[in-house]
Ligand binder design. Structure first.
Ligand SMILES: Cc1cc2nc3c(=O)[nH]c(=O)nc-3n(C[C@H](O)[C@H](O)[C@H](O)COP(=O)(O)O)c2cc1C
Length: 160
């Protein structure tokens, strides 16, 4: 099944999850990047939190894939202020995803919050085939990779 992984990651945790998936199933990957770099110092919480609160849609670099080419889309995000990252919000606004099999993964430092539920609302025109959250996946790379690889293999095995 032709699969695309779309993800945003500021500090590498979600990226690690995306790469662990792609190395297992050989999917294409698109990393969402904002046109303006956001620092990774303490101020990220201020700017990132503000973006979520104000429902901002930060400008992102253009999408170089064609959604029509894929049957399954895997979407990954860090948890920001209890929901998915604003850059993914921009992406989902710019690119209508419908009629796909969709699986969701996220990375958080405390708790998953409303992230997966909010994503499911935005992606309501799709069949959600899986969802998973990881707490600080980079802290134990081996365990995280194993867990997400088992998760994706199980999902793929259930698809026809
Ligand atoms: C702006 C901002 C807001 C965050 N808000 C939350 C939160 O509400 N809940 C939580 O558990 N973690 C929160 N975090 C922590 C991240 O979700 C966590 O570090 C995640 O693994 C980062 O993923 P990344 O490395 O792919 O960017 C926040 C991080 C940032 C930068």
């Amino acid at each position: 099944m032709k699969t695309l992984i779309i993800f945003y990651s500021l500090e590498g945790n979600t990226k690690f999850l995306a790469e662990s998936i792609s190395s297992t199933i050989g999917a294409d990957t698109f990393e969402i990047k904002t046109t303006k770099e956001m620092g990774t110092g303490f101020m990220k919480y201020f700017w990132g939190g503000k973006q979520v609160m104000m429902k901002e849609k930060p400008e992102i670099l253009s999408f170089d894939k064609n959604l029509a080419d894929y049957e399954m889309i895997l979407i990954g995000s860090p948890v920001w202020a209890s929901t998915f990252a604003p850059a993914l919000y921009t992406f989902l606004n710019n690119n209508k995803i419908a009629g796909k099999k969709v699986a969701l993964f996220c990375s958080y430092g405390g708790s998953v919050g409303r992230t997966l539920d909010n994503l499911k609302v935005v992606l309501k025109d799709n069949e959600i085939v899986g969802e998973i959250g990881f707490k600080n996946p980079l802290k134990d790379k081996e365990a995280s990779a194993k867990k997400i690889q088992e998760w994706i293999k199980d999902i793929m095995a259930k698809q026809i």
